[in-house]
Design a protein around this ligand. Structure first.
Ligand code: JHZ
Ligand code: ZN
Length: 410
């Protein structure tokens, strides 16, 4: 067995062994491991990718753990490459600062803060610290004037941070608590860092959307857990904290913004979402069992459509080369014979090839010059913003294929 990989046999959250397999995506490359020309010559690493549901604590999770240093130390994803994320995180930083930061000396920590987009917005209002293991991205965060620690997050890091900076009034962890294998340790570390009266705010995909209207393509090795509020509250409660507020937000399909503390009164939003999750049975394995059928049905429709377009001489280009796109391209076996190339705004991805099926990635300029007939919208989570930007393309007869959860063409 590959030494950078282990298959786990218990739940990451509760340690239980009552796990039921929901989906097996076979051998998959790592979703953010874009390759340069040289790397195409050697054999690419692939790892199993299976999804299971914990009957004890209701957490949906993958069973296949790839060494986090392999996944995250060199990272090709930067927050600010996706324009809609900039106002989203800047806005979040300001809202939290207004409500929870009282003095310039207060500490605001962003776990997995990537290129510092969130903290740069409020760095003049309080002390800020970005803790992120991606060593290649830390300089971008520092250039924005954000103090940055290149490290993984857990109780050990939390202790070191408290020693050096004191405890934090606000800790945010956006799209990162799905990514940590020892998730109990990460939540416990955040709990230590917020001391008695700080708050922890976590954004993660909401699994109710993922198995309903969201895409299976969000499943890849970086995403170890797919949270419902029910499952997240189970873990938080077992660590002596509680969820006091939650918002569903339109990011990555639908995400939850979850507010956690030790002592704040629980607001209605929490009770409402827990009730909704009960109604759609996110605490029961049955809700997850027909997920596989949905994925297979969509695969057939999308692959047939793309094959027909190709036969009719149409040119199809992928719009965006997001991590999730690589799950879709590989599981649906969409090769450069069908997709000519992909465009992406991330400089680090341009000139490289997508993992697995090796579709070349270029800057969006290429598709402005050689206009395709269809864009396969791999970055479907930004459909509204992208459609607006590409109004001209559509006015001239170009079409977008939205690949998940059920293919449709606009
Ligand atoms: P985007 C990332 O997943 C990585 P990805 C990570 N694992 C995670 O948890 C999720 O986010 C939440 C490009 N783009 O944000 C930029 C355009 O080319 O959907 C990005 O490469 N043109 C941490 O990678 C990609 O698409 C555009 O107009 O699936 C989008 O990536 C826009 C808006 C984006 O996340
Ligand atoms: Zn469990």
């Amino acid at each position: 067995m590959e030494k950078n990989f282990i298959k786990k046999n218990s739940c990451s959250s509760c340690g239980g062994k009552n796990l039921i397999q929901i989906l097996d995506l076979g051998m998959m490359p790592l979703a953010n491991a874009f390759l340069n020309e040289e790397e195409l010559k050697s054999e690419e690493k692939k790892f199993p990718l299976t999804v299971a549901f914990c009957n004890d604590c209701a957490l949906l999770q993958i069973m296949d753990l790839v060494n986090p240093s392999v996944l995250f130390k060199e990272y090709d994803y930067i927050t600010s490459a996706s324009a809609p994320l900039i106002p989203h995180f800047e806005g979040m930083a300001r809202i939290l600062t207004n409500e929870f930061i009282k003095s310039k000396n207060d500490l605001f920590v962003d776990v997995g803060g990537n290129d510092g987009t969130l903290l740069a917005a409020i760095k003049d209002n309080c002390r800020v610290l970005n803790i992120d293991p991606a060593e290649n991205i830390a300089p971008l965060s520092r250039e924005r004037g954000v103090e940055t620690l290149s490290d993984f997050f857990g109780t050990e890091t939390a202790k070191n941070v408290i020693e050096k900076y004191g405890s934090a009034k606000v800790v945010t962890a956006n799209n990162v608590f799905a990514h940590i294998a020892d998730i109990r340790d990460a939540f416990a570390g955040a709990g230590m860092l917020i001391g008695e009266d700080g708050i922890l705010v976590v954004e993660v995909h909401w699994v109710g959307n993922l198995i309903g209207d969201g895409g299976f393509d969000q499943i890849y090795h970086e995403h170890l857990c797919y949270w419902s509020l029910t499952a997240l509250k189970n873990l938080v409660n077992s660590l002596g904290m509680d969820v006091f507020r939650v918002d569903l937000i339109p990011f990555h399909g639908q995400s939850m913004r979850v507010f956690i503390s030790r002592n704040r009164p629980v607001e209605n939003s929490v009770l409402d979402l827990l009730k909704k999750e009960k109604e759609i049975q996110l605490d029961k394995k049955e809700a997850f069992l027909n997920f596989r059928e949905k994925v297979e049905k969509n695969k057939k429709i999308l692959v047939n459509t793309l094959n027909d377009l190709k036969k009719n001489g149409k040119k199809v280009v992928a719009y965006g080369a997001p991590a999730k796109g690589n799950t879709l391209l590989n599981y649906f076996e969409l090769t450069p014979e069908i997709i000519d190339y992909a465009t992406d705004t991330t400089p680090m991805k341009q000139g490289k090839f997508t993992p697995g099926v090796h579709i070349p990635v270029f800057s969006p300029e290429k598709a402005k010059k050689e206009v395709p007939d269809y864009f396969l919208l791999l970055a479907w989570n930004y459909a509204d913003a992208i459609m607006k930007n590409e109004d001209e393309f559509r006015k001239n007869g170009g079409k977008f294929i939205i690949p998940v959860p059920e293919m449709w063409i606009v």
